[in-house]
Design a protein around this ligand. Structure first.
Ligand SMILES: Cc1ncc(COP(=O)(O)O)c(C=O)c1O
Length: 356
């Protein structure tokens, strides 16, 4: 039996065509071939980021850039907006990096209220804010525009936004939302194997980084900018994944960014309809749900592990049984990446079969 097809929220299924693109002959990264490859990724990345800034390629998972963004931009005091496993952990990471850090904390499954952010920032002293747009552990899609407006009403306050599970599924509009660092890993909606993160930094963010002596080397944004100016990266990049990225961006261009978002909305709605048919309740509130994945509450009498196991053994599909402290009490289904109405229907038929 081959490995199951992944409908878990990342890593997700990688197409044969993507793997084929990745298996091109290796090239050196300090030469023209690589510079051309690097340059070819920029227009597509800038479109999905909604930015005119260069988009950097980091050979790391998202956490590398999430920690790096703090080390480059934060001066003293960080405010983390916490609403689930990944956003809560970002607060810990800020503390581990030696910053003073505080949070706006809501119950997992709720969204961050921009007015709560305003009240906290009004206490004073914060120079940097971290926000997760789509909290993958709970399925909540936070009000990025509303929160960014509030953060930017406080002078000289940097906004770092994780779009790990929202990038390319909804518009993020980095420049319009005045985001100072925006980042994502490619193993989510870009449907690539893990190992590469993409990120961009505002002009103000770069200025802040330049004045920060403790930004380290591997994730030094000033080094990234210097190298990006000549279509390169500070250290040896994961070239094969970048070949895959070039391919996927070509596919996004062919499909059209708006059509891609519409496809995600449609396939996501199919899972919502499936859940409603079986009486599964959402974990995230209506109106603030990610269109890349769905997080359902596990009903008390429901044998979740049996359901997941049977879906895997009978149909070779893998969904996810919750993350962090809501493991078991929730389950998550991804519709990210290349999934179509037809492939989501296959999953739905399989889940119906398992439920009997
Ligand atoms: C929203 C979000 N942020 C950060 C991460 C961490 O990503 P990585 O493990 O690739 O560093 C994840 C992983 O699932 C995520 O969903």
């Amino acid at each position: 039996m081959p490995s199951p097809k992944l409908f878990a929220p990342g890593p997700i299924d990688v197409s044969k065509e993507t793997f084929a693109a990745m298996s091109q002959t290796m090239i050196g990264h300090r030469g023209k071939d690589f510079e051309e490859l690097y340059a070819s990724t920029q227009p597509g990345l800038q479109e999905i980021f909604g930015t005119a800034r260069p988009v950097f390629l980091s050979t790391s998972s998202a956490w590398g850039v999430m920690e790096g963004a703090l080390r480059n931009l934060a001066k003293k005091k960080v405010l983390s907006l916490c609403c689930g496993a990944f956003s809560d952990k970002w607060l810990d990471v800020a503390k581990k990096c030696g910053f003073e850090a505080d949070s706006v904390q809501v119950e997992w499954g709720q969204e961050i209220d921009p007015e709560a952010v305003r009240a906290k920032l009004a206490e004073g002293g914060f120079d940097t804010v971290t926000l997760i747009h789509s909290e993958t552990s709970t399925g909540v899609l936070n009000d990025l525009a509303g929160i960014s407006k509030v953060v930017k009403s406080f002078p000289d306050t940097m906004l770092i936004v994780d779009t790990v599970s929202s990038l390319s599924t909804v518009p993020v509009d980095m420049d319009a939302n005045q985001i100072d660092v925006m980042l994502a890993g490619v193993q989510k909606a870009l449907a690539l194997p893990p190992g590469l993160a993409v990120f961009a930094v505002s002009e103000a963010g770069m200025e802040r980084a330049k004045g920060n002596p403790n930004r380290g080397y591997y994730f030094d944004f000033v080094e990234f900018a210097k190298n990006a100016a000549v279509n390169n990266t500070p250290s040896t990049p994961s070239i094969s994944i970048i070949f895959g990225l070039q391919y996927i961006l070509g596919e996004i261009a062919k499909e059209g960014f708006a059509a891609r978002q519409e496809r995600h909305a449609k396939t996501n709605a199919m899972i919502h309809a499936w859940g409603a048919r079986h009486g599964f309740e959402h974990f995230a509130p209506e109106g603030r749900r990610s269109t890349a994945l769905t997080c359902f509450k596990t009903p008390e009498s429901f044998d979740l592990s049996g359901f997941i196991k049977n879906l895997k053994t009978r149909h070779n599909f893998l969904i996810n049984g919750g993350y962090g402290k809501i493991k078991g009490t929730t389950f998550r289904i991804s519709n990210m990446g290349n999934e179509t109405e037809a492939t989501m229907q296959e999953l739905i038929d399989a889940m119906d079969d398992v439920l009997g």
